[in-house]
Design a protein around this ligand. Structure first.
Ligand SMILES: Nc1ncnc2c1ncn2[C@@H]1O[C@H](COP(=O)(O)OP(=O)(O)OP(=O)(O)O)[C@@H](O)[C@H]1O
Ligand SMILES: [Mg+2]
Length: 489
């Protein structure tokens, strides 16, 4: 056999690299931030300018930077072998991230690096890469392009220009651009929360987005007194350790609306339950059960932290964009057992809230009557809202309301309900779990309730304290009263 060289076509390979992985803006920024963290950066500055429809995004760090030679190597696609053993704190793997993440968003990538005496800038312009032509900035271009901070101290500045992939149709409005950046900031606050909070090797990382510091958002809300940290465990695979730590988040009634919104994220609590997998303390996947159970089968409040080291990348089949991984077979059974245990436990947390009947000292909505082996549920006519419904001067309306209550009681779907409780008790979500709806409903009922107590705020507060559903989430109900100034104090 004889051999010929058969290199890839530059333009075609670089165009394909635009579609490696499934990067969105935050994932692409996160890949660059990984590099900065690896380079020892303490402060990372993101500057995103709309620039009259020709956006430019800069990511600058104060890490150790690269020499001119290192920068040239780093610019090369597949700059290192994925099989190479990486230091335990290295967030990279493929030698592609800087290029593929950037090209997923822009067509022109400039990287300027400063180390010691060496200030070098390299450019890949996808419209002009024939024969692997890479641009090298001259003195003047460097001065014009590099931010003054980079010229003053070591570090790296990555510049995305000709950003043709920020939106599907290649043009992005100012409002869309702003929304993208707000979203990116929110995601980065979670992806790097352990670095931002100084939990990794005791060093605190600062990331600024257009001047504003990104504050860590802990998806487990460990600071909150009502968060339950369950027993942790460590598992061994391929001689390496995986740490697993389940949490049960506070019930919504213990959260303020803004805390609830932040924890629920853009997609709400249900979508955000599940495993949170961290590779070297950096969140790579969140809100998945790896098909060990369906979303919604467990209480919405369960989140399980899984810590994996980069030495197990091959076992987890980490993807180039670090946003996906597969659960190793060796872990599957153990995690299934863990999830079964949680299933029992979280159902208790949830069911213990709300819906308990005839609790002494409170006014419930439903009453349970048991006589001679026969059980019957009725709507409590003494509940203030029901009472208001019936207490009307209009006879016809009163009769209609009374008849409505009776038919609701008689038509209570006993068979369907008992089937559901037997089959999937955790799936029944009859009690309100959304604080925004809770507030809206209370606000709607308040004028009526105030009438019932003849406009006496003290009596109103006492009434709500002992009446379902408000007594179940007294903190949230009290906050509504306070906002209105309808309190005793
Ligand atoms: N901000 C930076 N500071 C210093 N060196 C950097 C920086 N960014 C990249 N590098 C160097 O460039 C190399 C290539 O980066 P790139 O992100 O393309 O690949 P990687 O990090 O090795 O692997 P992966 O594809 O998994 O991200 C890195 O290994 C690192 O040596
Ligand atoms: Mg990288």
């Amino acid at each position: 056999m004889k051999y010929e060289t058969n290199p890839p076509d530059a333009a075609s390979l670089m165009m394909s690299a635009r579609s490696f992985g499934n990067y969105d803006v935050p994932a692409a920024l996160a890949d660059l931030i990984d590099n900065s963290i690896k380079a020892g950066a303490r402060e990372i500055t993101l500057t995103c300018r709309y620039n009259d429809g020709d956006p430019e995004i800069r990511i600058r760090d104060d890490g150790r930077g690269m020499s001119g030679r290192e920068l040239r190597d780093a610019m090369r696609p597949a700059s290192s072998n994925p099989l190479k053993e990486r230091s335990p704190d290295d967030l990279g793997r493929f030698g592609w991230g800087m290029k593929s993440a950037s090209f997923s968003q822009c067509a022109r990538l400039t990287v300027i690096s400063h180390r010691g005496e060496d200030l070098t800038g390299c450019v890949w312009d996808l419209t002009n890469v024939e024969g692997w032509r890479m641009g090298i900035l001259d003195e003047q271009e460097l001065v014009a392009m590099a931010s003054p901070d980079l010229r003053a101290k070591d570090g790296v500045e990555v510049v995305w220009s000709n950003c043709d992939r920020l939106s599907e149709n290649n043009t992005v409005t100012q409002a869309e651009f702003n929304a993208l950046m707000v979203h990116a900031g929110n995601r980065l606050a979670i992806i790097f929360h352990r670095y931002l909070a100084g939990e990794v090797r005791g060093k605190r990382l600062t990331i600024r987005l257009n001047g504003r510091k990104i504050e860590a958002v802990d998806p487990f809300y460990r600071d909150h007194e009502a968060t339950q940290q369950l027993e942790s465990e460590s598992l061994e695979i391929a001689g390496r350790t995986i740490d697993i730590q389940p949490f049960i988040l506070p019930h919504y009634s213990k959260l303020l609306p803004n805390q609830y919104d932040q924890l629920g994220g853009e997609e709400g609590f249900l979508r955000n339950q599940g495993f949170y997998v961290y590779r070297n303390h950096r969140l790579i996947i969140s809100g998945t059960w790896f098909r060990l159970l369906r979303h919604g089968e467990l209480s919405q409040l369960v989140r399980v932290r899984v810590d994996i080291p980069n030495a197990l990348d091959h076992v987890w089949k980490i993807t180039i964009d670090k946003s996906d991984a597969q659960l190793p077979a060796a872990l599957r059974n153990r995690l299934r057992q863990l999830v079964d245990g949680l299933r029992r436990r979280s159902a208790r947390v949830y069911r213990s809230r709300g819906g308990r009947l005839d609790r002494p000292g409170t006014t419930s909505v439903w009453s349970r009557h048991s006589r001679g082996g026969e059980v019957r549920y009725t709507i409590n006519r003494a509940h203030p809202v029901i009472d208001a419904l019936l207490d009307t001067g209009d006879d016809k309306q009163r009769q209609a309301a009374s008849a409505a209550l009776k038919i609701i009681e008689q038509a209570f779907p006993v068979a369907a309900f008992s089937q559901d409780t037997a089959r999937e008790p955790d799936a029944i979500h009859q009690t309100l779990t959304d604080p925004v709806a809770f507030r809206a409903d209370l606000n709607a009922a308040l004028p009526l309730l105030l009438m019932q107590v003849d406009g006496d705020f003290a009596a109103l507060e006492n009434l709500l304290r002992v009446t379902e559903p408000w007594c179940e989430a007294w903190g949230a109900a009290e906050a509504v009263l306070k906002e209105k100034g309808w309190t005793n104090a």
